[in-house]
Design a protein around this ligand. Sequence first.
Ligand code: ADP
Ligand code: MG
Length: 916
Amino acid sequence: CLWEFRYAEFTSEMNTGSERCSLYLYHMRLSDDVLLDVMARFRAEMAKGLGRDTNSTATVKMLPSFVRSLPDGSEKGDFLAVDLGGSQFRALEVKVFNDGKQSSQLESKFYPTPKEVIQGSGTELFSYVADCLLDFMESKNLQHKKLPLGFTFSFPCKQTKLEEGALLAWTKHFKVRGVQGTDVVSSLRKALQKHKDIDVDVLAMVNDTVGTMMTCGYDDPHCEVGLIIGTGTNACYMEEMRHIDLVEGDEGRMCINTEWGAFGDDGALDDLRTEFDRELDLGSLNPGKQLFEKMISSLYLGELVRLILLKMTKEGLLFNGKVSTALLTKDKIEMKHVCAMEKYKEGLSNTKEILTELNLFPSEEDCIAVQHVCTIVSFRSANLCAAALAAILTRLRENKKVLRLRTTVGIDGGLYKTHPQYPKRLHKVVRRLVPNCDVRFLLSQSGSSKGAAMVTAVAYRLAAQRKQIDAVLAPFLLSLDTLREVKNKMRAELEYGLKRETQASATVKMLPTYVCGTPDGTESGKFLALDLGGTNFRVLLVKIRSGRRRSVQMYNKIFAIPLEIMQGTGEELFDHIVQCIADFLEYMGIKGARLPLGFTFSFPCRQASIDKGTLVGWTKGFKATDCEGEDVVDMLREAIRRRNEFDLDIVAVVNDTVGTMMTCGYEDPNCEIGLIAGTGSNVCYMEDMKNIEIVEGNEGKMCINTEWGGFGDNGCIDNIRTKYDKQVDEGSLNAGKQRYEKMTSGMYLGEIVRQILIDLTKQGLLFRGQISESLRKRGIFETKFLSQIESDRLALLQVRRILQQLGLDSTCEDSIIVKEVCGAVSRRAAQLCGAGLAAIVEKKRENRGVEHLQITVGVDGTLYKLHPHFSRVLQETVRELAPQCDVTFMLSEDGSGKGAALITAVAKRLHNIGRK
Ligand code: ADP
Ligand code: MG
């Protein structure tokens, strides 16, 4: 007999071999090769759906759901939901408790969906939904509460917000007039407004797949896929925002509702579709549409079986060729029949009963054959579903750039839940198709309905968190008016520093440098330079050539200054410096030559001549004793004398800003400003002698080292200092000093970020509220991490990795917040710096008495050079606040080395002229 086969073959789940299959059923049995092919086709289709230019022609629509976050267990509250589009329509109340146990309480009521409602008009449909909700609320005594509501609406919708979406097309057995293309949330809202006594706020609209993922995500944080195998079939998963062309923004992830039911609507699966699939489609409400769904979902399985049985009977292969009226009736065989017939353990009794009820008079062989048909049809469903799911899992794995993916798939749907073999088959095939994914399949309890409440709960939590984060970062957002105020205050402080009466108490010290001219190109010779005051201490040999072969050659060596020396005694510090010089001279073989030396000493010094500088006070990380108030050149000379090994001609003591200005001035005579944005923050510029009251003479110009880092030390910018700035200040070596520098320079930005992160964590907004050991460590968050984290090219995953290296275990959401914090801090720094610089260029413009000023600023400093946005924001701010100045920014190449040598050369030249 054609249909003879053994029970054993059933249990071996029709692997291969059962050759006795009828010819047309042969086509329904899909080998792994075919499934891998389906998987590849589906992957291509997903990519097409995500692409901006290809989306319109894609059958798999890949609809953004605007769900960006999964539950994190801290949600709480009382939420309503209505679920429309599944097998049953229901209203729910979900209570979520933030008790650390992910507990929730659900109460619901089912309502019928009469045919006149689901195939009537839109107004009728939504007022029916509203009526049912009102009934539910009355039965639960909720009508006087204002509750947020989530709307599960399981049809393809083009969402534009979490609470806004237009229906693309009805699917399943729905066909309501006047809804397609309109926003279903506002229709629901309108219907709800008609009931005066209820006050609900529709906060979210979700697809049942998304609801399932969210519900499972509440129990299992690994859940990032939602799958429905019920009346319809569909899947959603968390996609990287940067791959979603249709939604602005690149940060984080968003759940994509694939709407995979439409896979194949362009003919992509035609080679796999059988004559029965075609016949079923023609008899459906939406012919030509949802072709993948029609091969999978429970709404169609029974009908497929019926069509096959009908044909086989007509060909005399079953029931002695006798067709019953029942067998001729559409939808007479339902999924529940298929499930019952496939209960092998119950033998053939179910099958026999069902067939008998259909007025077919089955023999035992008929029953076996029918059972087999059911198996083939439902197994194909599981196979196809597995192939598409495998494609999603592969995409997730590749997005995460991991070799093995560990993930959880949340599942809901009647077919999966009630069919005796379906889950086992699906799991097995998925694991075969994607062996490099460890998948947990989590059955969702009323996932699709509860999910809308979960989405609403998450949206609620996020809105509350957003408010808190905004409140923390708000003081970092400076308005243009505030920046203008900063500029004006800076301008006032510059004037105080220049005036004789106010100079002593000025916080912006405006130190004369005795550098009066920029290089003219005639400088030449060999010079030594020292660079002290930055991250590194360096000794340099600089060879300058003049004339036609004008060039500067430099050799340098970096020496570490140990912390105990930076913060030890002055003698120890200068002995160490001289030791380094000795090493360098030895290393270069120039110990005997008494070379002129320029000493770049990047701390505020009060100078009486170019080679005399009294340290006003240490800044940045230095705090050696017995130096403040002393002449640093004397201290260096004494240390050289103490060593008594070599002699040097110390010609100039130079601030790094001045060195930077000189270096750029060597290339561009229009450069009259030097800016440092590195460990510290400072500016110098050429000021008219007549404005410098504390230096004799009114002719020409002199470079002023502003030492603007001290701006605000009199409290004049305390209105914009945040509590985080104050914490950073209190933890620093020079509390109360350099307030502007502490808001703008590399040494402090990371520390400000760390203080904010601690606060956000304390508020439970980051790192699950846990302040890790590493976050407690001062200095752990270096400014270079700001640059890395804020880089546009960096995916969020890499941000997470950076944080991980710092010992900060972050989620995706955490990384977004950290990045936002970094951005706020560095942006404010650049804006404040820009406001200060605007004051300087405006002053220069007024000095020259011109309407428009063209000027070049020489800039050095790693913060300026390496941070991805700092320089741009700084420049934009200057342009905004000093519109009459056309400022060119010129990067300095090693200002502190080359500049010191140039200043030494100029000083030497002037000195020689003087002698002559
Ligand atoms: P200086 O100490 O002479 O100012 P730099 O100009 O090189 O030297 O500045 C060093 C400072 O720059 C470091 O203290 C650090 O705060 C900051 N920094 C280092 N790397 C980066 C980076 N990649 N992006 C932004 N800032 C950085
Ligand atoms: Mg430097």
